[in-house]
Design a protein around this ligand. Structure first.
Ligand SMILES: Cc1cc2nc3c(=O)[nH]c(=O)nc-3n(C[C@H](O)[C@H](O)[C@H](O)COP(=O)(O)OP(=O)(O)OC[C@H]3O[C@@H](n4cnc5c(N)ncnc54)[C@H](O)[C@@H]3O)c2cc1C
Length: 442
């Protein structure tokens, strides 16, 4: 059994045992690399569409969904922020609807606790109104603009001049949802292999030992320990390592993934009643991050934040986590150098607020004036996979890539699945499965 933190558990798959005990030569129609919410939602969608094919999911950690999918704000976004007509907007709006339906069907707990985007200053009001119009164009449900009195009725401790009220926004434990996708996949006959860090994807000219299938499975996917599966096609959904997974099959190193860590504060339990729903600032349109916010969690706690600082390790959740390769990779990348030059002041401010939490509290106090430093504690952190091009532009849309040469026609990499990919996961899965079907002869 593979035990998971949320208490959900999976059947032990034969392959998982085999991987641990001997060099494996199993064959599958499709191997999916990366057991985060995107990989799990997609492999689930694929097996539901193609029940007669064999699928394996390979994940490098001992458990599934422990990186971005297990370290996020837990919000079911309604789709307000994104450019009307963009893929991001369509996937988020559809994804939120599918996520609510899925949670209902599977009995997974969620709360439609709503969200206020609060304007504190007069100059924020035109941006708030523009957001409302965007949301309406995106078909976000039940949006309205409310005044200061309306804010007090919805959130008695929150101040503000005006707010965008989105009652359709909710919260959920995204890791629990991802694990349930994995369970569906296993129940449909799929195989999950954990502790398998893939570092080679290549074509082979020999059939697997003892196989009567000849060259039906021309792709070998190998992990760092030398274990191998053979397959006809490979899909990678590697999150913070999506660029490196692409490179091993000969793809361009760009767009590069640059890790941004977000540190949260948490409200002390006796103050949890201060935030009934999500309270967000009016976002600064120059940055992809939504700004520090108050977010209630499914366990009743309230998280504040996160900020966004460059992380020195791709999966480093502590301030001092450091990895030489990740650090050198990031610093030597022209795109990051350009981004840093363009945003020095913003970056320093974010780092300062990460170290001196009093500065973070000062921002949050503008929304809930009762808040003081003694009401908060340092909380967990998440690391975001931010794709960046060589000109220092943040890549905001989906990026697919294939390999080159023989391997190219059989490999598909999801290089960038931008946030909120947890909310959008079931809609992303439909889109990636369509892409898989159009590229591969399934
Ligand atoms: C701080 C923060 C807050 C966020 N808040 C929200 C929110 O409120 N709502 C929302 O919808 N979204 C939110 N997001 C975004 C959302 O969490 C991510 O977009 C989503 O989880 C991405 O999923 P993924 O599967 O692409 O990546 P991941 O969850 O990172 O999964 C990638 C997986 O690939 C595996 N992998 C990598 N390399 C290999 C390899 N070589 N071999 C095998 N396996 C490998 C990793 O171990 C990992 O399990 C937030 C993100 C962050 C960081």
């Amino acid at each position: 059994m593979i035990r998971t933190l949320s208490g959900l558990s999976f059947r032990a798959s034969g392959a998982a045992k085999d991987f641990a005990t001997r060099r494996l030569h199993s064959t599958y129609d499709v191997a999916v690399v990366g057991g985060g919410i995107v990989g799990l939602a997609t492999v689930r969608e694929l097996i539901l569409r193609h029940p007669s094919l064999s699928f394996v999911l390979l994940e490098k950690e001992k458990e599934l969904a422990v990186h971005q999918s297990g370290h996020n704000s837990g919000v079911i976004h309604s789709g307000i922020y994104y450019t009307p007509g963009s893929l991001k907007a369509r996937l988020c709006v559809r994804g939120a609807t599918l996520a609510y339906e899925y949670c209902e069907k599977k009995g997974l707990p969620y709360k439609k606790c709503g969200k206020l985007i609060v304007a504190l200053e007069h100059e924020e009001i035109p941006r708030l109104q523009a957001l409302y119009e965007r949301g309406m164009k995106n078909n976000v449900r039940d949006l309205s603009i409310i005044d200061a009195k309306g804010i007090r009725e919805r959130e008695p401790f929150c101040r503000g001049l005006m707010a965008l009220d989105s009652p359709y926004t909710g919260i959920v434990d995204w890791r629990m949802v991802a694990l349930r996708y994995g369970q569906d996949f296993e129940e449909a006959g799929g195989t999950v292999v954990t502790d398998a860090e893939v570092d080679d994807i290549t074509t082979v000219t020999e059939s697997p030992a003892g196989s009567a299938d000849g060259m039906k499975y021309p792709i070998a996917v190998r992990d760092k320990k030398g274990n191998e599966v053979r397959c006809r096609y490979v899909l990678t959904c590697g999150g913070l390592y999506s660029d490196r997974l692409s490179q091993i099959s000969g793809c361009s190193p760009e767009p590069r993934i640059v890790p941004f860590r977000g540190d949260y504060l948490v409200l002390k339990p006796e103050k949890h009643f201060w935030a009934r729903g999500n309270i967000y600032p009016v976002p600064d349109p120059r940055f992809p991050f939504l700004g520090v916010h108050f977010t209630p969690r499914m366990d009743g706690s309230v998280w504040l934040g996160p900020n966004a600082v460059l992380a020195f390790k791709r999966e480093g959740y502590k301030v001092y986590d450091f990895n030489v390769r990740d650090f050198a990779d990031a610093l030597s990348f022209r795109g990051l150098q350009k981004l840093v030059m363009k945003n020095v002041t913003y970056g320093i401010g974010e780092m300062y607020r990460g170290i001196f939490i009093g500065a973070q509290v000062k921002i949050l106090q503008k929304y809930i004036p009762e808040l003081s430093l003694s009401d908060v504690l340092r909380g967990p952190a998440g690391v975001r996979a931010q794709a960046l091009d060589r000109d220092g532009n943040l890549v905001d849309d989906f990026v697919f890539d294939g390999g080159v040469g023989d391997v190219g026609s059989r490999v598909l990499h999801v290089r960038n699945a931008p946030s909120p990919a947890a909310t959008s996961s079931l809609a992303i899965a439909e889109m990636v499965a369509d892409e898989v079907e159009s590229r591969f002869a399934l």
